[in-house]
Each structure stands twice: as structure tokens, then as C-alpha cells.
Design a protein around this ligand. Structure first.
Ligand code: CP
Ligand code: NVA
Length: 309
């Protein structure tokens, strides 16, 4: 376990393919042991702080329950109740919390804030979603794909919708694991160039391909996985009307699914907005694995916690 202990988990791109595979292998083992009711007290007495500046259902509950399964304890820290909400610096917060906690998860707006926290903390900082990235989600997604398809290398994932934090982390995670990724987004809503560049670099090393297009049908052609996420992310609420209009051609519906491989699985990080980015029949249909995917947040994060803390 030596190589991962004490590290931050800010982006999947800080880790090698072998390290990501180590986390996936361990998550699968923890999941099996948990299903068999075996004790998993790998972090006895350890504490995880969880700073939330945005809402959460899955991330909060899966991290909290995960720490309990591992014999530790998690503290929910609503940012508006911390002194950080009254102007205490991230730097001082990082230094103080490092003296109480064994690890700290943060869900925030600016990715730079998570980086600043990591710079000044002496404990592992875990990114529980920033405007730029959602790495724990992407890892749970890889675990889900691996379980449903029996492999990662050579599969094609098509992401249709907003080129957001979830799209960014998928681009990085899939390209690093040797998966082909195609992202279809409207012109001004495509993934950031810096992330696409990183994904292309991963692809070169790991024998995968990366496509960014405005054409959803081109993206889903022969895809093994179709993935979508909300059109209006947290913090973008005032753009809602405009976005709903622009994203209409990017809905994942039965017509679009018919363009992919017959056995393609449908994924969504949730929460879903039925009738917007995905239709009810597709989300609830036989190809959908979204609830298995949500469950895997628990198993994947337990692996991350047990290896890092
Ligand atoms: N997918 C995800 O991160 O969900 P929450 O916002 O509920 O944590
Ligand atoms: N892109 C979404 C993901 C929510 C889990 C958001 O940032 O709101």
C-alpha cells in the first residue's frame, strides 16, 4: 500500500494507470467482503473531515458510511458554519484541521481552493467535486464499467452533454485506463482545452483515442457506454433557461441509444433531471446501470480512504 499512503486525491491524473488499477482492485475486494459481511476495520479511530460548500446526497453519505465501515469517523463540516464562511483563510483552516484530522474531503466551487487546501494541509485532501473535476465519481464509474463489461482497455465511452467537471474527470480516467472517449457538447460548452490536452497525452501513452465533437450521433457510434450529466451544474442556476435551450439536441433518448452498441450501458452520476439530459425510459430501462453506479461510490471511496489515510 506504501505508494498511495499520505497522497492527495485531487485529480485522477496525479496517479499512474497501475495506481488507479490498484484502487479498483481494492474497491472490488472491499465490495465483496462487505457483501459477505466480513469486518473491514482498516481505519480504526481515524477521522475524515468533509467540507461542503455545495449540496450533496451520494458523496456525503457514501464517505460518511464508508468511514464507519472502516472503523473510523467522518465529520460533516458545512462551509457556512465554519470560520471559513466568515473569512478565515483556506491556509489557516488547512493548518488547523491537519492537527485534528487524518484526512479531509472538500466539495467546493473553485478548483484552486482545493489545491490551496492541499498545499497547506499535512493530511490527504480528497476532491469531492470542484467546478473543474469530480475524480471520486470517475473512479466509481470505472469500477462500474469494469463490473459490467469485464474489462476497461479498448472500450468506448461516449459522454453526451455539458463538458463539465464530470466530463473532465471521465476524459482523464478513461484515457488513462486505455479506453476510447468521445465527448459531444455544444460549441461553447465543450471540455476545457487543458483537460483535453491531458487526456490526449494519456491516450498517446495508453493506446486510446479522444474525440471532442458537437455531434452526439458521431460520439455514440459503437459506444459501449453512454454517459450523461445535468445540463445545469451547481452554481450555474441563473443560466438554466439558456442552457435548457442550447442542450436540447444533446438529450440521451432511445433514438440516440440506438446508435450505440446493442449492449451499451447507460450511466449518469446522478442527480438526474428526467426529460432534460436523459429520458425516463432510458434512465429506467434495461441498459441503465445508474443505481449500481451510485452504490459503487461507497466501495470506491472506501478503497481510496483505506489506501490514502
Ligand atoms: N454524483 C454525486 O456526486 O452526487 P451528490 O451531489 O449527491 O454527492
Ligand atoms: N456536474 C454536476 C455534478 C453533480 C454531482 C454538478 O457539478 O452539479
Amino acid at each position: 500500500m506504501g505508494g498511495l499512503r499520505g497522497r492527495d486525491f485531487l485529480t485522477v491524473n496525479d496517479f499512474t494507470q497501475a495506481e488507479l488499477q490498484e484502487l479498483l482492485d481494492f474497491a472490488l475486494l472491499l465490495k465483496k467482503d462487505w457483501q459477505e459481511g466480513k469486518p473491514q476495520l482498516l481505519l480504526p479511530g481515524k477521522t475524515l473531515g468533509m467540507i461542503f460548500q455545495k449540496a450533496s446526497t451520494r458523496t456525503r453519505v457514501s464517505f460518511e458510511v464508508g468511514m464507519v465501515h472502516l472503523g473510523g469517523y467522518a465529520l460533516f463540516l458545512n462551509a457556512s458554519d465554519l470560520q471559513i464562511g466568515r473569512g478565515e483563510s483556506i491556509r489557516d483552516t488547512a493548518r488547523v484541521l491537519s492537527r485534528y484530522l487524518d484526512g479531509l474531503m472538500i466539495r467546493t466551487f473553485a478548483h484552486a481552493d482545493a489545491l490551496e487546501l492541499a498545499e497547506h494541509a499535512d493530511i490527504p485532501i480528497i476532491n469531492g467535486l470542484t467546478d473543474l473535476l469530480h475524480p471520486c465519481q470517475a473512479m466509481a464509474d470505472l469500477l462500474t464499467i469494469w463490473e459490467h463489461k469485464g474489462r476497461l482497455q479498448g472500450l468506448k465511452l461516449a459522454y453526451v452533454g455539458d463538458g463539465n467537471n464530470v466530463a473532465h474527470s471521465l476524459l482523464l480516467a478513461c484515457s488513462k485506463m486505455g479506453m476510447h472517449v468521445a465527448v459531444a457538447s455544444p460549441r461553447n460548452y465543450q471540455p476545457q482545452a487543458e483537460i483535453v490536452t491531458q487526456a490526449l497525452e494519456n491516450a498517446k501513452v495508453h493506446g486510446s483515442t479522444v474525440l471532442v465533437t458537437t455531434n452526439p450521433k458521431a460520439a455514440v457510434e459503437d459506444a459501449d457506454i453512454i454517459y450523461t450529466d445535468v445540463w445545469v451544474s451547481m452554481g450555474q442556476e441563473e443560466e438554466r433557461e439558456k442552457r435548457l435551450e442550447i442542450f436540447k439536441p444533446y438529450q440521451v433518448n432511445a433514438d440516440l441509444v440506438a446508435e450505440a452498441a446493442k449492449d451499451a450501458v447507460i450511466m449518469h452520476c446522478l442527480p438526474a433531471h428526467r426529460g432534460e439530459e436523459v429520458t425516463e425510459d432510458v434512465l429506467e430501462g434495461p441498459q441503465s446501470v445508474v443505481f449500481a453506479q451510485a452504490e459503487n461510490r461507497l466501495h470506491m471511496q472506501k478503497a481510496i480512504l483505506a489506501k490514502l489515510l
